[in-house]
Design a protein around this ligand. Structure first.
Ligand SMILES: [Ca+2]
Ligand SMILES: [Ca+2]
Ligand SMILES: [Ca+2]
Length: 142
């Protein structure tokens, strides 16, 4: 009898490779860091890096990434109460965990804004998009 390797293990490896570039270097963020954010969608790597798809030669940290590193690579109330990108919205509000306890606010599944980029947060198109998504979900469910 033949026993093949499961395709599932390959898929997991591919998923882990998304942001885990040069993960052997302890200074660089990995999926472990991203998993510490209570909400990572939709910015993912872009939450901490200047680019949405950091590479070995272009992995510059954005202001939130710098503060995250300075905070001991931890997501907590201290980091949540800072406004790393200076757009007037606290990191916690942008990430979707206002008090920084690691639990998303309510049923938040997407970041209200990018904590490392000056952008709209808590008002404007992002909220409209979320409202629209909620409305669509209601209709889809019927
Ligand atoms: Ca901000
Ligand atoms: Ca919370
Ligand atoms: Ca922002």
């Amino acid at each position: 009898m033949k026993h093949g390797l499961s395709a599932g293990s390959l898929g997991t490896a591919a998923a882990l490779a998304v942001c885990a570039f040069l993960s052997a270097n302890p200074v660089q963020a990995t999926d472990v860091d991203m998993a510490r954010l209570p909400v990572a969608e939709p910015n993912l790597c872009h939450s901490c890096h200047m680019t949405a798809q950091p590479t070995a030669s272009d992995f510059t940290l954005n202001p939130f990434g710098v503060d995250y590193l300075a905070n001991g690579r931890l997501w907590d109330s201290n980091l949540a109460n800072q406004d790393s990108d200076g757009d007037g919205c606290l990191n916690g509000v942008e990430v979707g965990d206002s008090d920084g306890d690691g639990e998303p606010d309510g049923n938040v599944e997407r970041q209200a804004g990018n904590p490392g980029v000056k952008d709209e947060c808590g008002s404007g198109s992002l909220v409209d998009e979320k409202t629209w998504g909620a409305l669509k979900a209601m209709f889809d469910g019927r």
